[in-house]
Design a protein around this ligand. Structure first.
Ligand SMILES: Nc1ncnc2c1ncn2[C@@H]1O[C@H](COP(=O)(O)OP(=O)(O)O)[C@@H](O)[C@H]1O
Ligand SMILES: [Mg+2]
Length: 317
């Protein structure tokens, strides 16, 4: 299915000879009534859990619902672009330039994916950035500083994190309002979650007091499995223990609905498509659409609470 692209006539983004946008072509802030751009980091230090699939398809679901959405690929595996039909080209700037090339404006890295949907592609050489960044002062704030000039153009920014808790992930957490943890309902997932929450707490205390954890997103979920059911119950009671704790995950939950295992979600990127292009009526599309709505519903009460304690920090408001 061909779709209208936001800055010009209908085109397949992958075919486009020039899909880079200039900053004056970026959208004006929309009138969704949101207090500020909502930045979500999709994070799990384990690979293959559904981070990229969720970033691409939640991003597409937000865009279809009218939110101006930017997705940023922070994983050197560069899989996110595949969901939008984008072939990496050697001469096009990537997220690596965002970190390493301060002379290039951030808007130069932003590509048009679909109507209301933009993305910053990754680069296999991003793996080298981890080492190079470690030598820079202020290394945790580079993403925040570089995205600040374009932030007000977007309602939502989704960050597809690498499967590690290194410098790139810390940069994502420094700019994020909330963390979503794509995972499977397996016993070991809970242990990995505890390690991840430790990192979130360190970043929240040292770098970003606004940071919260929205919860876990169950991907490839098999609701009939009794082991799965038991783990979901355990996750529910794990989060319930922390209500009122003042920890960043005090309002976290197992986000519903879970995303069911659905082969169409695995097939769509091989056609350069999101699930809403490829199979808009399948269970995978229904799950991501409902999940985007559920995530959005969580923001309303949180935003009014956040505006009460106006937080210091990076320029995302
Ligand atoms: N709900 C799902 N049903 C079926 N396959 C899925 C689902 N979610 C993800 N996958 C597949 O699982 C694999 C890992 O997902 P991916 O999103 O790439 O994980 P990560 O980014 O965490 O490494 C991919 O092949 C993807 O297509
Ligand atoms: Mg990935």
């Amino acid at each position: 299915m061909k779709r209208e692209n936001a800055t010009g006539p209908s085109k397949n983004p992958g075919d486009s000879p020039r899909s880079v946008v200039q900053v004056d072509e970026l959208p004006a802030p929309s009138t969704t009534g949101m207090e500020h751009t909502r930045v979500i980091a999709l994070l799990n230090q384990k690979g293959g859990v559904g981070k990229t699939t969720s970033t691409a398809n939640l991003g597409a679901a937000f865009a279809l619902a009218g939110l101006r959405t930017l997705v940023v690929d922070l994983d050197p595996q560069s899989n996110l672009s595949l969901h939008f039909g984008h072939e990496p080209a050697a001469d096009q700037p990537t997220v690596r330039d965002l970190f390493m090339n301060p002379d290039l404006a951030s808007s130069e890295m932003i590509r048009v994916a679909r109507e209301n949907l933009w993305f910053i592609p990754s680069d296999t050489e991003l793996a080298l950035v981890e080492g190079e960044l470690a030598l820079q002062p202020n290394m945790q704030h580079i993403l925040a500083e570089r995205l600040a000039p374009v932030m007000s153009s977007f309602d939502v920014v989704l960050l597809d994190c690498p499967p590690s808790l290194g410098v790139l992930t810390v940069n994502a957490l420094t700019i994020a309002d909330e963390v979503i943890v794509p995972t499977q309902a397996q016993y070991l997932a809970l242990r990995g979650l505890e390690k991840l929450l430790e990192t979130v707490l360190l970043v929240q205390r040292a770098l970003n007091p606004r940071l919260t954890v929205a919860g876990v997103l169950l991907c490839m979920h098999e609701s009939q499995s009794s082991h799965g059911k038991a783990v979901v119950e355990e996750m529910d009671s794990y989060f319930a223990k922390y209500r009122g704790s003042e920890l960043p995950w005090q309002n976290a939950e197992v986000l519903r609905p879970a995303v069911r295992r659905n082969i169409k979600l695995a097939e769509a990127p091989s056609f350069g498509q999101t699930i809403f292009d490829y199979a808009p009526t399948c269970a995978g599309a229904a799950d991501y659409r409902a999940l985007a709505e559920a995530i959005r519903r969580r923001w309303k009460p949180l935003e009014s609470r956040e505006s009460e304690h106006t937080s210091a920090g990076i320029a995302t408001s």
